[in-house]
Design a protein. Structure first.
Length: 95
């Protein structure tokens, strides 16, 4: 269990077995958040199902990183509303 989940558990907050997330904003901070912190939480049940940035190249770079690391390709869009409207997304990180 990651330190973040341990801290939440101490406060009485428990995360579902799997949480499907979207990431909006994939500039330097967003991409770094995705490839470090969010990737580290994969084993704790956090799964990236969608990535979004207004720049197509950033969106594709993030989708490529997810696919390389985990073997599946997330939904991609350059419009954040598409991510917010996805039924399969439980939560969104916005960078």
């Amino acid at each position: 269990m990651s330190n973040i989940l341990k801290l939440l558990a101490k406060k009485g907050i428990f995360v579902a077995k799997e949480a499907k997330i979207g990431v909006i904003g994939l500039g330097c901070r967003g991409y770094s958040l995705l490839t470090s912190s969010i990737f580290d939480l994969y084993e704790d049940g956090l799964k990236v199902v969608a990535v979004c940035d207004s720049y197509e190249d950033r969106t594709q770079k993030a989708a490529d990183a997810v696919e390389e690391k985990f073997g599946y390709r997330p939904f991609t869009s350059c419009n954040y509303i598409d991510i917010l409207n996805l039924d399969e997304v439980d939560a969104v990180f916005i960078a």
